[in-house]
Design a binder for this molecule. Structure first.
Ligand code: G3P
Ligand code: CA
Length: 315
């Protein structure tokens, strides 16, 4: 083969690769207009865990079965939920202390029975009209949907949940066949420590809010002293925060990252767990060839990333 033919062949191959990569950009936006993590070449998608905050709450009402099913359909790694027990001890899914914001009823979750809550209808949240008759789910129903779609349940225990009720939560979770997929998160230190004692095999992360005045070092120490697995932080940490947590042998998770620039910043710092309302993993649907091409693209982006890292070090 002459040099000329070889050169032409190389140009053709490069053009084909460019066309293939270009065709992926059309899939950068999910159907509802939210931005896909696939739009970033700085984040090899296979290396991050994307969790849908309160289910895919940008499309269906938060913390409902439709929102969890959508998280599964869009290919999220996990679906986050908020759980608390009713007056008669049934673990249900609800973010607020009361049912007022999300349903047509009112009252505090801890003071209402499960039957009273089940009689209500979810009438708020994204596209509520498209999901008529939606009910407040139980934790068990949520776990069933996660299992059906292969999602990792990321279960937030609300901090005003009575700590004594955690025994029944541990029993419920411990009886599930797929328990090795669960992640527990909570702002409540007492809840985190108790769950680690009751369910030592489940990863437990302490949540931190956006207030940088919170005692960061104390939180890291608390996690390490109580055998917790990591910190799930909100939005405003810098590299030193991430490094301190990792140096303490703890994992990092961040909530809620809704734009690519922020995701890339945290990725660069070493964070691999993202909870989001608006980014989607945009699972490549369709045939084997398409899925293979997505994998090729991931690999390609990983090579670029590696190259940039080597170049960065050399500079
Ligand atoms: O993913 C963590 C996040 O859900 C904590 O905040 O208020 O949305 O439950 P919140
Ligand atoms: Ca939550």
């Amino acid at each position: 083969m002459t040099k000329n033919v070889r050169g032409k062949r190389l140009v053709c191959i490069l053009l084909a690769v460019a066309l293939l990569l270009g065709s992926f950009s059309a899939a950068a936006f999910a159907q509802d207009g939210t931005l896909s993590i696939y739009a970033s070449y700085r984040i090899p998608t296979g290396s991050v865990r994307m969790t849908a905050h309160r289910g895919y709450s940008a499309v269906a009402p938060e913390n409902t079965l439709p929102a969890f099913r959508l998280a599964g359909e869009y290919g999220f790694w996990g679906a986050e939920c908020d759980t608390a027990p009713t007056a008669d001890g049934v673990w249900i899914i609800m973010h607020d202390d009361t049912v007022d914001r999300m349903t047509d009823g009112e009252g505090r979750v801890v003071e209402l029975t499960f039957d009273e809550i089940r009689a209500l209808t979810v009438d708020a949240g994204s596209n509520a009209d498209a999901y008529p008759g939606t009910k407040v789910p139980t934790l068990t129903e949520y776990l069933d949907v996660c299992k059906e779609y292969g999602l990792h349940p990321v279960i937030e225990i609300k901090p005003n949940t009575p700590v004594e009720s955690l025994d029944s939560l541990a029993a419920l979770l411990g009886a599930r066949e797929e328990k090795d997929r669960f992640v527990l998160i909570t702002f409540g230190r007492a809840h985190a420590a108790r769950m680690k004692t009751l369910t030592p095999d489940l990863p437990v992360y302490l949540l931190m809010g956006g207030d940088l005045n919170e005692d960061f070092d104390d939180a890291v120490r608390f996690c390490a002293d109580n055998g917790l697995d990591g910190l799930d932080f909100c939005c405003n940490w810098d590299e030193a925060h991430v490094r301190s947590v990792q140096d303490a042998g703890l994992e990092t998770m961040v909530w809620t990252v809704d734009d690519l620039a922020t995701a890339e910043t945290y990725y660069k710092m070493g964070v691999r767990d993202f909870t989001t309302n608006a980014l989607t993993p945009a699972k490549p649907s369709g045939n084997i060839l398409q899925r293979f091409l997505w994998k090729v693209r991931d690999l390609w982006y990983a090579v670029i990333l590696r190259f940039r890292a080597i170049r960065g070090k050399a500079a």
